[in-house]
Design a protein around this ligand. Structure first.
Ligand code: MEV
Length: 352
C-alpha cells in the first residue's frame, strides 16, 4: 500500500508500505492527517556511524594488547579504508568485555565506520575480515569473530508530533491515551505489543524500500531495554494547553545506496515514491511512520478498540477474494459487516 498525508520536516511524502495488515496503512495515513494541522512530524537522525567488532581471545596480557591496537590505529584504519571509496572507518577503539560464561575477559576491537547513505553491513564486514589477521599478528592473540554490530546506537532517529486535543475528541481521550502509554512504559508484556505496533510501520516502510528489517528489529528491541527494563520506544505527554505530544527514539540503520535498495525493482520503486535524497532523510521518515502507527493503535485501543476498523478492512479483502470488483467491494463488505458474518461463503452469496 501507499500511506498518504505524511508531512515530515515540512515536506509532503507518499509512503510505500509492504505489509499483510491493510489497517496499518489506513491507520498510519489517518494519524498523519491529524498531525497535519500542527505542521506534521519534526524528525532528525544522527550521522550514519556503525560499529564493526573484532573479537580477540587467548591474550596473555590484555592491557598490552589494547596498547598495541591503539599504537597501530593509524595503519589499521588505513588498511580498513582500502575497502571502499565512500564508506570510511573513522576510529578504532579497544574495550574489554567480561566473559559471563567463564568469568574471563574478551578483548573487542571496535571499528567506527561512517556508512553515509548506505546501510553499511557488507563494507564493515569486509573491513573487519581484513583487519582480523593483522590484529591477530600484532597482538599474538586469536581472533574469532569479525562482524558488524547491528545495535546501531550511533545511528538514532527521533521524531516528534503534536496532536490537538480538539481533533482527538477532547481532554478525556488525551488522558486515556496517556494512561495507555503509562501502562506500556511500566509493563514489558504490554510494551512488547506497543512496540510491535511501532514496528508495523517501521518494518513496512523498510521492506518496501529494500532495507534489512531484521537488523532494525533486533536493534530496536535492544534499545527498548537500554535502562535494564524493556520499555516503549515512544513516549507521550501533555502540552501546557492540553494537546498530546508524541515522541519516538529508535536506532535505524537504513540505506539508499548499496544492498538491494538500488537493484531490486520494488525497492527502487519504493525509494522513488518517497523521493528521498539521503539515508538520514529515510530514517526520519521511517521513525515518523513508526510514531504515527503507534499513535493510531493506542488511540483506537484507548477508545473504541481496534477490531471494528480491522474487521471492516478484512471484509473488503474477503469481498475481493470472492470476486467483487468496483462498487461491489463496498456493498458486499458492508453487508457482511452489518450481518456480522464475514467469510467467503457469505461474500459469494451476497455477490450472487
Ligand atoms: C496490531 O498489529 C498492533 C497493535 O496490537 C499494537 C498495540 O497494541 O499497541 C494494535
Amino acid at each position: 500500500g501507499v500511506a498518504t498525508n505524511f508531512v515530515i520536516n515540512g515536506k509532503d511524502y507518499l509512503v510505500p508500505m509492504a505489509i499483510e495488515e491493510p489497517s496499518v496503512v489506513a491507520a498510519g495515513s489517518h494519524s498523519a492527517k491529524l498531525a497535519k494541522s500542527t505542521g506534521g512530524f519534526k524528525a532528525s537522525a544522527d550521522s550514519s556511524i556503525m560499529r564493526g567488532q573484532i573479537q580477540v581471545t587467548n591474550l596473555l596480557d590484555i592491557k598490552n594488547a589494547m596498547r598495541i591496537i591503539s599504537r597501530n590505529k593509524r595503519s589499521l584504519l588505513t588498511s580498513a579504508n582500502s575497502i571502499s571509496k565512500n564508506v570510511k572507518a573513522l576510529d578504532l577503539k579497544a574495550r574489554v568485555v567480561k566473559n559471563e560464561i567463564d568469568n574471563g575477559k574478551i578483548l573487542v576491537a571496535e571499528l567506527y565506520v561512517d556508512c553515509k547513505d548506505s546501510m553499511g553491513a557488507n563494507t564493515i564486514n569486509s573491513m573487519c575480515e581484513l583487519l582480523g589477521p593483522e590484529i591477530e599478528r600484532k597482538t599474538n592473540g586469536k581472533v574469532i569473530l569479525k562482524i558488524l554490530s547491528n545495535y546501531a546506537t550511533e545511528r538514532i532517529a527521533t521524531s516528534k508530533v503534536t496532536f490537538k486535543k480538539e481533533e482527538l475528541g477532547g481532554t478525556e481521550i488525551v488522558d486515556r491515551i496517556l494512561s495507555a502509554f503509562a501502562f506500556a512504559f511500566s509493563d514489558p508484556h504490554r510494551a512488547v505489543t506497543h512496540n510491535k505496533g511501532i514496528m508495523n510501520g517501521v518494518d513496512a516502510v523498510s521492506i518496501a524500500t529494500g532495507q534489512d528489517f531484521r537488523a532494525i528489529e533486533a536493534a530496536a528491541h535492544a534499545y527498548a531495554s537500554r535502562d535494564g527494563k524493556y520499555r516503549t520506544l515512544t513516549t507521550y505527554s501533555k502540552s501546557s494547553n492540553g494537546d498530546l505530544l508524541g515522541r519516538i527514539e529508535i536506532p535505524l540503520s537504513v540505506g539508499i545506496v548499496g544492498g538491494i535498495s538500488t537493484v531490486h525493482p520494488v525497492a527502487k520503486m519504493g525509494l522513488k515514491i518517497l523521493g528521498v535524497k539521503s539515508a538520514s532523510e529515510l530514517a526520519c521518515i521511517v521513525a515518523s511512520v513508526g510514531l504515527a502507527q503507534n499513535f493510531a493503535a493506542i488511540r483506537a485501543l484507548a477508545t473504541e478498540g481496534i477490531q471494528k476498523g480491522h474487521m471492516k478492512l478484512h471484509a473488503k479483502n474477503i469481498a475481493v477474494a470472492a470476486g467483487a470488483t468496483g462498487k461491489l467491494v463496498e456493498i458486499v463488505s458492508d453487508t457482511m459487516y452489518r450481518q456480522s458474518n464475514i467469510n467467503l461463503n457469505s461474500a459469494r452469496t451476497i455477490l450472487h
